[in-house]
Ligand binder design. Structure first.
Ligand SMILES: O=C(O)CCC(=O)C(=O)O
Length: 334
């Protein structure tokens, strides 16, 4: 689709729809050509990691010559922690951190998408022009579910995502933050390959009980029985499409039942000056009319800020919890 056919901003009807339902799907937003830098950056990263893991004896092959999605699927099948090296956040761990796998990726193509003008135009329509990019963000690269090792299939960065509200992993400091989730499809998202689904209007019901996941504290879920009578709406979007969520909206992602990679980023934004809910991790000012000097334009500085956060956590200089993991559980319901 050519650039001029893509609707540039949110209209009144879309805004009303979001206010009523707590989500909004936009089938096309980022032109697919603008996804080439991230595809190339990740292909290079995968190649480097394939060489390294093979040299270290952690995988049986480099899987040279396979297409990107197949190669990633084969490597993550043998070395499940690989997904952390591709994520755009440090791992959500409140303890038991292993420095070897306490990793992330913060390359310039990621920064380019965090600041993509079309994304920021949409965000501005909802929260105004003083926009901070929240560090509450994830890269989700999901191989076909059938190829996943059972111990990692419950991890939502590579497997299906259970019902949840985005507020659940934020520290209480962000209770009043107007956080907007922008979920971006790097590959087309379909019902078959694991698109999102949302419960319309659920953002108006308040905080819900989220049951703890005994193996993965970062994966609490709203139990299905508390959602009876609420019909979910599947949200397929094209490559470069986005889905917006209010932080109280209940949503999930279906499992990837296709034979190919399902790849997305979830990005979050809030008005500058409000708390992100994850103070250990660095956000930045992505757009401003009032304070142009505060806008971060240097991808290297953004990357260094994550490096400093990692050092602070590993050295023990940062002593707080990295994410909320207990607040929304209720044993009587779970
Ligand atoms: O892509 C996914 O699996 C889940 C994304 C999600 O739940 C979110 O962006 O809040």
């Amino acid at each position: 689709m050519s650039e001029e056919n893509i609707p540039p901003v949110i209209d009144a009807e879309q805004k009303e729809f979001f206010e009523e339902n707590g989500f909004l799907a936009i089938d096309q937003l980022v032109p697919p050509d603008d996804l080439l830098p991230i595809e190339n950056e990740y292909a290079d990263l995968l190649d480097r990691l394939a060489h390294r893991l093979f040299a270290e004896g952690k995988v049986s092959s480099r899987y040279d010559g396979l297409a990107f999605g197949d190669r990633y699927g084969r490597l993550v099948g043998e070395f499940p922690d690989l997904h952390r090296f591709f994520n755009i956040s440090l791992p959500l761990l409140n303890g038991g951190i292993d420095p070897d796998t306490f990793r992330m990726h913060s390359g310039p193509a990621v920064f380019g998408l965090l600041c993509h003008p079309r994304i920021l135009d949409v965000v501005e329509a909802f929260i105004g022009p003083e926009i901070s990019s929240s560090p509450v963000q994830q890269m989700r690269m999901k191989p076909p579910e059938k190829d996943l090792r059972s111990e990692v299939s419950g991890h939502s960065n590579i497997g299906a995502t259970t019902w949840h509200q985005d507020i659940v992993a934020l520290l209480p400091e962000a209770d009043d933050t107007a956080q907007l989730t922008v979920w971006l499809a790097i590959t087309e998202a379909t019902i078959e390959n694991g698109c999102l689904a949302s419960i319309p209007g659920s953002h108006r019901d308040g905080g819900r009980v989220h049951c703890a996941n005994a193996k993965l504290a970062s994966e609490p879920h709203v139990p299905e029985h508390t959602l009876q009578g609420r019909d979910p709406v599947p949200l397929p979007v094209g490559k470069g499409g986005v889905v917006l969520f209010h932080k109280m909206n209940v949503h999930r992602a279906y499992p990837n039942r296709s034979n190919g990679l399902r790849w997305s980023m979830d990005l979050r934004y809030h008005p500058t000056g409000q708390a992100s809910g994850r103070p250990a991790f660095p956000g930045f000012v992505a757009r401003s009319r009032a304070n142009l000097d505060e806008v971060l334009r240097d991808p290297s500085e953004w990357s260094r800020s994550w490096g400093r956060a990692r050092d602070d956590i590993l050295s023990g200089r940062y002593r707080g919890r990295l994410f909320e993991d207990t607040r929304w559980a209720d044993v009587a319901v779970c």
